[in-house]
Design a protein around this ligand. Structure first.
Ligand code: ZN
Length: 160
């Protein structure tokens, strides 16, 4: 499944380049922070600050907190809009809105497989992991997902 026709491990390639770090087992989402007012943005904001009280056009790319608390969650039974990439055919999954530990901003993400809405509750601690979204003939496409911290303590969690 994860090997190519020659039996070699397929390379892991981010579905979206520049949206997250993927060089170790502690992935971070990459956002930007306004140098004027300190507001964090994800996805990255680089042209102008959305804060009406701020006229800065300078942003710094930052690694965002990789932990946070569940704010809301739902079953995604529809294909998400661009730029989110979905497996084809589409498989329904659980999606969580997580408030990042430090930035207090809400980041949506798919929840790792095996966790459904009945396993989640508001305020639950989550951490960012990388997981295969789908694969084609040459590579595995990886993206970020949310994993309950309790799951990570009980098992190895999603495979790095
Ligand atoms: Zn600003």
């Amino acid at each position: 499944m994860s090997t190519n026709e020659n039996g070699e491990q397929k390379p892991r390639v981010p579905v979206l380049e520049g949206w997250f770090t993927h060089t170790d087992d502690k992935p971070h989402l990459l956002g930007t922070q306004c140098k004027g007012c300190g507001t964090y943005y994800f996805p990255k904001q680089t042209s102008y600050c959305k804060n009406p009280a701020c006229d800065s056009e300078h942003f710094e790319v930052v690694e965002l907190s990789r932990t946070g608390k569940v704010w809301s969650f739902t079953n995604a039974c529809y294909q998400p809009p661009e730029p989110f990439v979905s497996p084809d055919p589409f498989v329904p999954y659980t999606i969580a809105a997580v408030e990042l530990e430090k930035e207090k901003m809400i980041v949506l993400g798919q929840v790792i497989s095996g966790v459904d809405v009945s396993d989640l509750k508001a305020g639950m601690e989550m951490e960012l992991v990388l997981d295969t979204l789908f694969e084609d003939a040459s590579s595995q496409k990886i993206t970020w997902k949310w994993q309950p911290v309790a799951n990570a303590q009980n098992s190895k969690g999603a495979k790095p």
